[in-house]
Design a protein around this ligand. Sequence first.
Ligand code: G3P
Length: 216
Amino acid sequence: MKFFLDTANIEEIRDAASTGILDGITTNPTLISKEGNTFEDQLLKICSMVNGPVSAETVSRDAAGMVDEGRHLAKLHPNIVVKCPMTKEGLRATKILTEERIRVNVTLVFSAPQAIMAAKAGAYFVSPFVGRLDDIGESGMDLIETIVTIFNNYEFKTEVLVASIRNPIHVVQAGLMGADICTMPAKVFDQLLKHPLTDKGVEQFLKDWEKVPVIK
Ligand code: G3P
């Protein structure tokens, strides 16, 4: 299971990358807009920090525009994966970019039929947004289970990138279902390694260690 951070923030990326277990980054226009830097410069900074895929989203509404943007983004750095939205235009752009060997992450996926369409277009990643489905009273993780089953049935190479993750339970469930990647906010990345009994245990061991006689 690969762990991506869903952020464009350099400090958050530096902190998570320093653990040595960060596999990639996903960004979107909202995350980029928070950083006060040009898109290209921020992407290059991120790519220099993470040895893995860095998703960068196109913002055109038509396929031709997405293809132009995708070619430009892919040339910036070998780590870049171009994000296209799950629209008919996005699907057209995905097919064209994929045929040019540019990796595409099809984003804003909210249903199994959409995921199948993205896989058939050759998407490198498909990004179902689990948290946003939960927000409207649907089960985001049920969708992941369905997509993983379908992709396995047909041996689609497209990787399932679980996005819009809100808590560690999403990550555990994704693991049980065999999803390929979880992209998460820095807060969830940190929550994954925390347990109150670990903290309590460390405190107790260090306190007891002070009682061990030392040679003077
Ligand atoms: O980057 C795509 C996705 O992970 C966004 O998540 O929390 O804005 O629904 P969220």
